[in-house]
Design a binder for this molecule. Structure first.
Ligand code: AGP
Length: 612
């Protein structure tokens, strides 16, 4: 996610802003910038690609920027490559408005077209520049105050934002607006602050206000005035922050992994909204228009680790819905086995980092064979994103923990969108079914939150079974794909050996390993396979296994068979992985923490495997 900071006080703003941005570095970024003004003087803007030290060098540690009022930004790219041009702060066409933004503007294209009709031109690829010009446009069109123009923009924009805005004709004032993205406001004698997160201001004050959704504010020197979306002034309670800076970076969670597990609903929702307005799934931006979709004869998905597990799930969903043949390959194997890629093949490379060496090599092999490639990537401007013919960005934001959670789920949502869109365009589902699937996709973020409500029971269970030598995850069809990811989460952060097995395959050897007390986690969410998986689970139980059953609400008969049940909200059987895996992530997390391990930094593992 991006980081924003704002300062309005008696001291030089730039050094304070830089220091605040350093406290937000954990949020991940690829460029940064400052906008500072000295009294009635012009607003001076400096931006730089890369780490904060580049910006610090460019501004002589902030000393070259004079003024006691300013805003700063670290950018995690969502629209537009990492570059100085795309870095914030962004300025309106007539330089009357300068702003920094954390969030995603979903309808920025339509707003851009509107502004272009009013002779606006743009220098960047960002959604933020659109917002800045919209605010300027409203000030002129309606002769509005800053608050008036901001509230009009808020009612026009669809998406999420934490905005800090300077107006050329309002020296000594900083305006704020918020919807869904985090923002905290601090005050102390003669100074006021705003930031995406508490660590950026804790050094200066612990007395803070929380601005709520669809609210606005104006920072003066030592004070803040709040407004509701109707432009009416409102009162807010001041509170005191009691926790320390490190805890604040993790949003109050003990580990980044837990924070990111609970960021999944938003990561999934933002990814869905990047291609779906609730009525249509539009893939034109990734150059998969209807003709392209109809021309696909075969799909090969290539990835590593958890991204590969997304591919396994994608194979079930895309094949079942669109009837396009799908092959899933481990990138480390694919790149060396002289793969056969046919006419009208689409190769999809899935990668959170976009830098995994094996996946990048697989992409290059596909391109060498002249095959169309699509990247599903979380890091904008990463190697795979740049080299693939087209890229579908997951909007999970930076993922700090080595074990992927929210990026995995955002990738799942991306492949669900592809599967539903492909099925509709190729006439495999009708308009009514298409809308039904879209409605169900739209309901998934809330259902993930519901799944996560089970965390206390999972924490208890993990404490009870933390010393198991072997753990088996079994499932059929889509549930097998789920088991693959659940098992990897357990292995990589708790160091307990586990194995995912197709439930129907157990009797071909592996069941000989099951003995009294062996922990077996049976996943059975596929209605048409429910009975078969249940009988596999009974086979395990009869050999002494301790059986955990995961199924959808309604399949209560499972309790006659298993020792411990985890229920997930009902959803279409194609999408159950997205609701089951969060529970398995929590299980792995608690097993790890119970062993006194740090799930954020598991031994021997790197966040991105950029070597073979
Ligand atoms: C997942 O928890 C692991 N950290 C690992 O398997 C990861 O998914 C794999 O290395 C692929 O990384 P990528 O998505 O960045 O390409």
């Amino acid at each position: 996610m991006c980081g924003i900071v704002a300062y309005n006080g008696q001291k030089q703003a730039a050094p304070i802003l830089l220091e605040g941005l350093e406290k937000l570095e954990y949020r991940g970024y690829d460029s940064a910038g400052l906008a500072v003004r000295d009294g009635e003087g012009d607003i001076e803007v400096v931006r730089a690609k890369g780490r904060l030290k580049v910006l610090a060098e460019k501004t002589n540690e902030g000393k070259s920027l004079k003024g006691d009022c300013g805003i700063g930004h670290t950018r995690w790219a969502t629209h537009g490559e990492p570059s100085e041009n795309n870095a914030h702060p962004h300025e309106s066409l007539h330089a009357e408005v300068v702003a920094v933004h954390n969030g995603i503007i979903e309808n920025y294209q339509e707003i851009r077209s509107k502004l272009e009709r009013h002779q606006y031109t743009f220098y960047s690829q960002t959604d933020t520049e659109i917002a800045v010009n919209l605010i300027e446009y409203y000030r002129h069109k309606y002769d509005e105050t800053p608050i008036g123009a901001l509230r009009r923009a808020m009612m026009r924009i669809r998406g999420s934002y934490a905005l800090a805005v300077l107006f050329k004709d309002r020296p000594g004032e900083i305006y704020l607006a918020r919807k869904d993205s985090p923002m905290i406001i601090g005050v102390t004698e003669g100074e006021s602050f705003a930031a995406s997160d508490a660590p950026a201001i804790l050094k200066h004050t612990r007395h803070v206000y929380y601005i709520d959704n669809m609210e606005l504010a104006c920072l003066s020197k030592g004070g803040v005035t709040f407004y509701n979306i109707d432009g009416e002034q409102i009162e807010k309670e001041i509170t005191e922050i009691t926790w320390d800076a490190e805890a604040a970076e993790k949003g109050g969670y003990e580990h980044f992994m837990m924070k990111e597990i609970f960021e999944q609903p938003k990561a999934v929702e933002d990814t869905l909204h990047s291609v779906c307005d609730g009525q249509e799934i539009d893939l034109k931006d990734i150059h998969l228009d209807e003709e392209e979709i109809r021309s696909i004869a075969h799909i090969t998905i290539v990835a590593c680790g958890s991204a590969y597990h997304v591919g396994v799930a994608a194979q079930y969903v895309i094949e079942d819905l669109s009837r396009i043949p799908v092959r899933v390959e481990l990138a480390s194997e694919f790149r060396y086995r002289n793969p056969i890629l046919g006419e009208n093949e689409l190769v999809i490379v899935i990668s959170q980092s976009g830098e995994t060496a094996d996946s990048l090599a697989a992409l290059r092999e596909a391109k060498r064979q002249g095959v169309k490639t699509l990247g599903i990537v979380n890091v904008v401007g990463s190697s795979i994103a740049r080299e693939a013919d087209n890229v579908f960005y997951t909007l999970a934001g930076p993922e700090i923990a080595v074990a992927t959670t929210k990026a995995y789920s955002a990738q799942l949502m991306a492949v669900y969108c592809l599967a539903v869109r492909f099925a509709y365009v190729r006439g495999k589902i009708n308009k009514e079914e298409y809308k039904k699937y879209i409605d169900e996709l739209s309901a998934l973020p809330e259902k993930i939150s519901k799944s996560l409500e089970d965390k206390e029971r999972l924490q208890w269970f993990a404490a009870k079974f933390g010393n198991n030598r072997d753990i088996f995850y079994i499932g059929r069809g889509m549930d097998y794909a789920t088991c693959l990811e659940g098992s990897l989460k357990m292995k990589e952060i708790s160091y307990l050996h586990s194995e995912a097995y197709a439930a129907g395959e157990l009797k071909h050897g592996t069941i000989s390993l099951v003995e009294k007390g062996t922990l077996v986690i049976g996943v059975s969410t596929q209605n048409e396979l429910y009975e078969k998986t249940l009988s596999n689970m009974i086979e395990v139980k009869s050999r002494g296994g301790y059986l955990v059953g995961i199924t959808s609400y309604g399949h209560y008969s499972i309790e006659d068979t298993v020792d411990f049940t985890i229920y997930i909200p009902r959803t279409d059987s194609h999408f159950t992985t997205l609701l089951t895996v969060p529970s398995l992530q929590l299980l792995g997390y608690y097993m790890s923490v119970n062993k006194g391990l740090n799930p954020d930094k598991p031994r021997n593992l790197a966040k991105s495997v950029t070597v073979e």
